[in-house]
Write a new protein. Structure first.
Length: 272
C-alpha cells in the first residue's frame, strides 16, 4: 500500500529521522517520495546530507504534495503546526495525518484541522532506529481500517506495529515508548553487579545487554508467560532463586510497575 505514496515528515528530530531512515531501509519508499521539515536550517541540512531526503522549514509546501503527513514535532508544538497547515490550505486534499506526539489525542488534533481529515495516533519508540521498534496505532473519528493499516505498514518497516483503542495510548507511552530508558537503567545496574565482582565494564555491559535481548526474544518467540520462563532458570536451592529473593526484598516488581504507571500518567498531561 505504501509504494509510490508521497510522505511528509513534519519535524525531523530524533523520531522524524528514525522514521525516514526506517522507510528508506525498507525499500518500500524512495527518497524522492519523502519530504522532511524542521524548524532550523541545520536540522534540515542534516537530514538531506545523511539520508538524501529533501527537507526545508516549509511545512505547508511539504504537505501539499503528500498523501500521508506524519507529525513528529514535540507535543507543545502540535497545535501551532496543524493550525498553520490548515490556514495555508495544505490539508485541503485530505491526506492521512499521523501524529506521534505523546499525550496529544486525535480529538485534539481533529479540533484544529479541516473537518473530515483522517487522523491516526501512533506511539513508536527509539529502537525504531535499528528496526526493532514497537509501535501502537489507534484511529481517530474519520480514520478507517485502511488508514490504520497504512500506519501499521509504515511503522512495521521499523519493527512491530499493532493497533489498540486510543484509551490505551498513554499507558502504551509509559510502557513501550518510555520503556527503553527503564531497560537501559536495568542493564546498567545489572552490569554494575558484574563490575562489583571484577568484570571489566565493557564485558559486563555486553553480557547484560545480550542477556536482555535473549530473554526478550524468549518471551516473544515462545509466547510463554515470563513467570514460567523464570521457573526454568530457578533450580531449587540454587543461585538464581537466591538472587530473585534479593530483588524481591527491594520491591523490584512494584518499583518497575509504578514506573510505568507514573510515566503513563505524566504522558497524559503532556499535550495539555
Ligand atoms: N523520543 C522518543 O523516545 C519518542 C518516542 C515516541 C514518541 N515521541 C514523540 O515524538 C515527537 C518528537 O520527539 P523527538 O524526540 O523526535 O523530538 P525532537 O528531537 O526535539 O524533534 C522535534 C523536531 O521538530 C522540529 N520542529 C519544531 N518546531 C517545528 C515546526 N514549527 N515545524 C517543523 N518542524 C518543527 C524540530 O526542528 P529543529 O531540530 O530544527 O529544532 C525538531 O527537529 C514528540 O511529540 C514525542 O512525544 C518521542
Amino acid at each position: 500500500m505504501l509504494k509510490g505514496k508521497k510522505i511528509a515528515i513534519i519535524g525531523s528530530g530524533t523520531m522524524g529521522r528514525a522514521l525516514a531512515g526506517g522507510l528508506l531501509r525498507s525499500g518500500k519508499v524512495a527518497a524522492r517520495d519523502l519530504r522532511g521539515t524542521a524548524r532550523t536550517k541545520a536540522t534540515a541540512e542534516r537530514l538531506t546530507a545523511d539520508l538524501g531526503v529533501a527537507c526545508s522549514a516549509d511545512n505547508a509546501e511539504a504537505c501539499r504534495a503528500a498523501g500521508i503527513v506524519v507529525l513528529c514535532v514535540k507535543p507543545k508544538d502540535v497545535q501551532k503546526v496543524v493550525e498553520g497547515l490548515g490556514a495555508k490550505g495544505a490539508l485541503a486534499h485530505v491526506p492521512l495525518l499521523i501524529s506521534i506526539a505523546a499525550g496529544v489525542s486525535t480529538a485534539f488534533i481533529e479540533g484544529h484541522v479541516p473537518p473530515l481529515t483522517p487522523v491516526v495516533r501512533a506511539m513508536p519508540n527509539t529502537p525504531c532506529f535499528i528496526g526493532k521498534g514497537m509501535t501502537v496505532v489507534s484511529k481517530g473519528t474519520n480514520a478507517t481500517d485502511e488508514h490504520t493499516a497504512l500506519a501499521r505498514e509504515i511503522f512495521s518497516t521499523m519493527g512491530r506495529a499493532i493497533e489498540l483503542e486510543e484509551k490505551h495510548m498513554d499507558t502504551v507511552t509509559g510502557l513501550s515508548a518510555s520503556g527503553p530508558a527503564f531497560i537501559y537503567l536495568i542493564i546498567e545496574a545489572l552490569a554494575d553487579g558484574g563490575v562489583m565482582r571484577g568484570l571489566p565494564r565493557s564485558v559486563a555491559n555486553e553480557l547484560a545487554a545480550q542477556m536482555t535481548l535473549g530473554a526478550a526474544e524468549m518471551v516473544l518467540t515462545t509466547g510463554r508467560h515470563p513467570a514460567s520462563l523464570k521457573d526454568d532458570v530457578t533450580t531449587p536451592a540454587g543461585c538464581t532463586i537466591a538472587g530473585i529473593l534479593a530483588l524481591e526484598d527491594g520491591r523490584i516488581r512494584s518499583v518497575l510497575a509504578r514506573g510505568v504507571e507514573t510515566a503513563a500518567r505524566v504522558a497524559g498531561e503532556l499535550g495539555k
